[in-house]
Design a protein around this ligand. Structure first.
Ligand SMILES: [Ca+2]
Ligand SMILES: [Ca+2]
Length: 163
């Protein structure tokens, strides 16, 4: 057999096994890729940063996605989660307590609020996954500097060269 055919076969098999390739540094969950920021910024800055790298702040639409992110964050912060928060895409900036995903404008169909949230404390209009709340959803002041999670979808269309 031609060695090139063998190589293509092996690469195809690897592609099929992984199914899907996220960019380096991103975590995959099914067909979704996530980047957990090292730095902190305001919600708007975080949103702009995600957009600048072909993604958006994380949108959570199912228990499966929430569970994945909670698990990843617990793993990242095994030494303590109480002061850790990660911005995600939800906001009630326009109408108080009407929560929408910024990237689509759609109202939330799935929520996993932490106990007592959302409480609009200090005019909290931006959603984050809150360490002290078990990395469930909370609202906080959009100007706070927090970590953030970018999410990329449809990687298949822009990504894989082979497979
Ligand atoms: Ca609010
Ligand atoms: Ca809150």
């Amino acid at each position: 057999m031609d060695v090139r055919i063998v190589i293509v076969f092996i690469i195809s098999a690897l592609c099929a096994k992984r199914g899907f390739a996220c960019r380096q540094g991103w975590e995959s969950n099914g067909t979704l890729c996530y980047l957990f920021s090292h730095g902190k910024s305001t919600w708007a800055e975080a949103s702009a940063t995600c957009l600048a790298i072909h993604s958006h702040l994380a949108v959570i639409t199912s228990d499966m996605e929430q569970t994945f992110l909670t698990g990843e964050l617990n793993q990242l912060h095994q030494n303590g989660t109480s002061h850790v928060q990660y911005w995600i895409d939800g906001t009630d900036l326009e109408v108080e307590n009407v929560w929408r995903w910024a990237i689509t404008g759609d109202k939330l169909t799935y929520t996993a609020w932490a106990d007592g949230e959302p409480n609009n404390a200090q005019g909290g209009n931006c959603m984050n996954l809150w360490g002290r709340g078990g990395f469930l959803m909370a609202d906080d002041d959009c100007e706070l500097h927090l970590n953030y999670i970018c999410q990329e979808t449809d990687r298949e269309e822009s990504g894989n060269i082979i497979g």
